[in-house]
Design a binder for this molecule. Structure first.
Ligand SMILES: *Cc1c(COP(=O)(O)O)cnc(C)c1O
Length: 233
């Protein structure tokens, strides 16, 4: 059932990505990473994602990911953590996830650094920016993020590959665009001023706003509903 759905929704997604790129004068639609967000869907969704040719899946809770992982292994996919990470789950997270999108405090970054050192790894992360300023959202405010990003970049066992943001849940295109533009401005500043900031990825855009995010420079979209349908909880 998931595979049938993906055979329809994935080509649609690719067309929409392509069009959004074209509107923005971007010729790199193929290099935008699609993170297929499988949270609150069963393992079958992850298997179908792989069968449909997707390469990256996103989960938002360590515990849920772990249950799936322990049943099936990584299935040859890259697993990304897109949701908030508690410090006491860092050890488990580093075992499963190739990229953590949600580094939202210096304390968490330090905990990741420590655990990565113990595992003799370098953990790849994105710094989460709360570019909309909503109180309910995790992440550094766009105005004050630069200082902490400097400190996170200095951690020896952490590799900062870019930024992630979540826009507000709104259909207001102006608000969405401003959120992404603020993130983009911070991304450009980090890239220009920080040697240790690798600046490979801007993870922006979900089902409701990914086209605007792509127009504003996103390199990584996190898509659940548009691929797998509404989540049941
Ligand atoms: C659930 C989730 C998504 C996917 O949301 P959709 O609107 O279903 O595409 C993306 N990013 C994060 C951080 C999420 O928690």
């Amino acid at each position: 059932m998931y595979l049938e759905r993906l055979e329809r929704t994935l080509p649609e997604l690719r067309v929409r990505l392509e069009r959004a790129c074209r509107r923005a004068g971007r010729s790199d639609a193929d290099s935008i990473t699609v993170v297929a967000v499988t949270k609150s869907h069963p393992l079958a969704a992850i298997q179908a994602a792989r069968d449909a040719g997707l390469e990256v899946i996103g989960e938002s809770r360590v515990q849920e990911a772990q249950t799936k992982w322990e049943t099936a292994g990584d299935l040859g996919l890259n697993w990304h953590l897109v949701g908030h990470l508690q410090r006491n789950k860092v050890r488990h997270a580093l075992k499963m996830f190739e990229l953590i999108h949600s580094v939202d405090s210096l304390r968490l970054a330090v905990a990741i650094d420590k655990e990565a050192e113990r595992l003799r790894q370098r953990a790849s992360v994105l710094v989460q920016v709360n570019a909309s300023g909503e109180e309910s959202k995790y992440g550094f405010s766009a105005d004050t993020a630069f200082g902490p990003i400097v400190e996170i970049c200095a951690l020896e066992h952490v590799r900062v590959e870019g930024l992630m943001t979540m826009a507000p849940f709104t259909a207001d295109e102006v608000v969405l665009r401003e959120t992404f533009q603020r993130t983009r401005a911070l991304f450009d500043r980090c890239r220009n001023e920080l040697e240790m900031f690798e600046g490979r990825h801007m993870s922006m855009g979900m089902t409701n706003d990914f086209e605007i995010a792509v127009e504003e420079g996103s390199t990584m979209v996190r898509i659940g509903t548009a691929l797998f349908g509404e989540r049941v909880r």
